[in-house]
Unconditional design. Sequence first.
Length: 514
Amino acid sequence: MTKPAPDAPSPDDENVYAPPVAPAAQPAAGRSAARATLGQRLAGACLIVSAALWLLESLLGGRGLFAGPFTTPLMRAFPVLLDVSLGGALVLGLRRVAWLAGARVVLVLASWTFVLVVRDRMTAVPGIVLGIAYLLLLVRDAGKPRMVVGSVFWALCMLLDVIGLRAAVTGRNPIAAFVQIRAGEIEPEPVTVVTGEQSHYRLRLPSGDWFLHTRASTQQEGPRADRFLSRPDVDAHLLVLVEKVPGTLLAPNGLVQEVGQMERRDAASELVRSKAMRAHPEEGVLLWVRKTKAGVETARLIAVVATYEWSFKLIATAPSRIFPEIEAELEGILESFELPTDEKHGLPPEVEPQPVDVVEGVAAKYRLKAPGARWFLRKDEAVKKDSSLADRWLVRPDKDAHVLVIIEDLQGKDVDVDAYTDAAVELIEKELKGTVKSRMPVLTHPENGRVLRVSREEQGEHEIESYYGLFTQAGRGFTVIASATSERFPSAAPDLVRLIESFELPREGMVETR
């Protein structure tokens, strides 16, 4: 028989009349499981803060530090609303929505992983790290180590987004160059002078701001892309497109029309204004273009430069909010463009392979002296094909300048040079629809030579500027037509005048027929 414990109450001490006491209530099974854990509440708060930052950045028109499939304002609207709803529910302790938040994170992680595989790691890694941070906080009951690691990951990603927000507000991103260098998009050192690859043009850039894209990055811009430069801190870019057309002088107006047609096809683009380049008034034109895409407005300054065998398009792009600050810089870069000096040009197939010095007529022994080594004689079959009246035809391919000589039989009449000139003026104005701007004696032939300055349109496409040298001699009239397009005429004019003034009438009795 066991003895009761010394401290056990005596049966006599019990109050038999006391009401029965209910046993202590046990915690309801699953009640604590219905409440969100501390880590999940923390994840909810992070979702709300992240959504607010992204929404603010979208409203400001920024693209952030990294561009991706969910970073346009339209694509951000739904995720922001979803994150605020899920985050608010978690902060209020509704644990049952944690699985939905986790599913949303897993979906985004899968999307960013796809971007990582098909695009580049610098774009996708921050999104993947952010997804991991949320999973660390959402899955089960996160302990302190997991909450610390998840919070640190989330804070680092938010720091990057704050930098992106700063870029959206100010237009400047202080770490963009570092990011693009790490991504292998640009070379590690800035450049001040750039020489082309396909053609050895040159560009000068402000020190320390502009970086050259790698060859692989440049090739992504298309087969005509020759050089691609960026100023990452302000999201400004300069792409140089180069094309070679052997044996042809390309017209800047043609390139301007191409750009204009391209912009008209793009409903989001608007050609604002244009002007001739200061450095290349004959070969180059500057165009200002405004473009809006996905709610983001950008400004473009385009230089088109057309020369013999080569066309160049320099496309400078920057966000509209920063463009006024760097417009002068961009224009200065485009104006620094230097045409190549080491190119050995080809020749049109219809010209003789060697340059000419002194040219002697065929139907009559007149003479012309070419004012330099860039003038070539057109082949006889090409002359006959284009003009049955021309006796000789000289061309300077790099200026699209032409000089042709026409001999007219005046049927033995000794026509005064002024009467001959009057007839030429009537022909030009009535039949050729040209405008005679001036009339004066030829300096080397003041008695029997006159020169007209003529402007006319050719087939409604190009304006042609010409000098007509008119000479008479013993029943014959000689017309020396020296022409160039209106763009090239200012630089070609001295050669054209010298050619007319070099004209030597044939000696009496030296007339031949073809």
